[in-house]
Design a protein around this ligand. Structure first.
Ligand code: NAP
Length: 294
């Protein structure tokens, strides 16, 4: 998996195809992160098509999609939908988007709620049965690899107790305000690669204007965004910053080599800022088993 990817969440219509094409053709990014949930895979597919027309080869790029909780028991159906929209006959990686199921209903097809405002979780969700469906699409060759997302240590322990195929990757929110050292170490011990989502922490000032990040930016003659992205790559993780602004897609790829001292300073920044989780969606509360969440 190429360490630097392009994220595609919250990319408005009319923008993401150009960003994907630019990333692949002009910037040299070789990894695109998408999901059924983002409802823009058709447009991502248009960007891929243009990149192929410009000479980029399918086998040289790495495409990820994810299966949303409403499809926990229809994994192949979800993957087939994504493949059709992307215009591909396989993806490189498909992830379990969250470790729970939801029942789609009339009020929302992706984040369904009950009449009392609670979220319509599916009590029949079975982490092992869900994973067996992932193992089945992997066996069929519809994906080159299978992995998970938003899996805490308890979720992974449960999954690994029966998994025949170990997930290759765990995609989690990760930045210096939420370094999740225990989870990262646990994944490393199992050979599971970490991919960091929301690596910019919503441009939180406690991160981007901290003395630590300012000093590292100055030392490497760069900016705080690049420092955040580079922290992952220099630490052996993958990272998928999102932008639909072509100049940012390009500038975000100007990663720098951080040394041990820089990495240690970023690893320890949370001690002064406290832990900040930016993506703790209420729909997942009670189901993810992260200590700082539910
Ligand atoms: P992010 O990449 O940390 O930040 C994206 C935001 O930062 C966008 O608003 C973008 O705006 C802006 N931005 C990007 N580069 C910038 C720059 N150089 N200067 C200033 N602003 C900049 O956050 P994210 O999109 O939440 O996470 C990245 C990707 O991870 C997603 O797109 C998605 O693919 C994946 N993800 C996965 C999960 C999961 O549950 N597995 C959850 C969240 C995200 P512009 O587009 O306007 O530049």
């Amino acid at each position: 998996m190429p360490a630097l990817g392009l994220g595609t969440w919250k990319a408005d219509p009319g923008q993401v195809a150009a960003a994907v094409e630019h990333a692949l053709v002009k910037v040299g990014i070789r990894h695109i992160d998408g999901a059924y949930y983002y409802e823009n895979e058709k447009e991502v597919g248009q960007g891929l098509k243009r990149a192929f027309e410009a000479g980029i080869k399918r086998e040289d790029i790495f495409i990820t999609t994810k299966v949303w909780p409403t499809h926990h028991n229809r994994v192949e159906e979800s993957l087939d939908h994504s493949l059709k929209d992307l215009g591909l006959d396989y993806v490189d990686l498909v992830l379990v988007h969250w470790p729970f199921g939801m029942i789609p209903n009339k009020n929302h097809h992706l984040i369904p709620q009950n009449d009392d405002g609670t979220y319509n979780h599916d009590p029949s969700f079975d982490i092992h049965e869900n994973w067996r469906q992932f193992e089945a699409v992997y066996a069929k060759g519809k994906t080159k690899a299978i992995g998970v997302s938003n899996y805490s240590i308890p979720s992974l322990e449960k999954l690994l107790s029966q998994a025949k195929v170990v997930p290759v990757c765990n995609q989690i929110e990760l930045h210096p305000l939420l370094p999740q050292h225990d989870l990262v170490k646990y994944c490393e011990s199992k050979g599971i690669v970490i991919t960091a989502w929301s690596p910019l922490a919503l441009l939180d000032k406690r991160l981007h204007e901290s003395d630590v990040v300012k000093a590292i930016s100055k030392k490497h003659n760069t900016n705080s965004v690049i420092v955040c992205i580079s922290w992952h790559i220099s630490s052996g993780r993958a990272v998928i910053p999102k932008s639909v602004k072509l100049e940012r897609v390009e500038s975000n790829a100007q990663v720098v080599d951080l040394d041990k001292e820089d990495i240690a300073a970023l690893d320890n920044l949370w001690k002064t800022t406290g832990i900040v989780r930016t993506g703790a969606g209420a729909f997942a509360s009670g189901y993810v088993h992260f200590e700082d969440w539910d």
